[in-house]
Design a protein around this ligand. Structure first.
Ligand SMILES: [Zn+2]
Length: 104
């Protein structure tokens, strides 16, 4: 079986927006030559260079742990990562506010 990379759609699966650039996210199915079965992954839909990164969003090609055997698992990994990224962003904002208001 050859390699492929194709877009999947599942309206039952809710995806958080990209935690890095805030763009929409997409479910993809990927079959690599060295693997017997296709894997599923959520990627950032933004193909444009970013203000602070000419190569575009890091999550256009996510790290290995984002590749899962089912769409739901791939969505869970993505959503967990997005939630964690959101929390750490909020923490940093709170820290900044605390510093500005002299509470820390
Ligand atoms: Zn992105």
């Amino acid at each position: 079986m050859s390699e492929f990379f194709r877009s999947c759609r599942d309206s039952d699966i809710a995806l958080a927006p990209c935690p890095i650039c805030g763009s929409a996210s997409e479910l993809w199915e990927l079959k690599r030559r060295q693997e017997a079965t296709a894997v599923k992954v959520v990627i950032c839909a933004n193909r444009e260079p970013l203000e602070d990164n000419d190569e575009g969003c890091l999550l256009l090609i996510p790290p290995e742990r984002f590749y899962r055997s089912t769409l739901q698992e791939a969505a869970d990994v993505w959503n967990d990562f997005a939630a964690a990224a959101e929390l750490s962003r909020k923490d940093k904002e709170l820290e900044k506010i605390a510093m500005m208001t002299g509470e820390k």
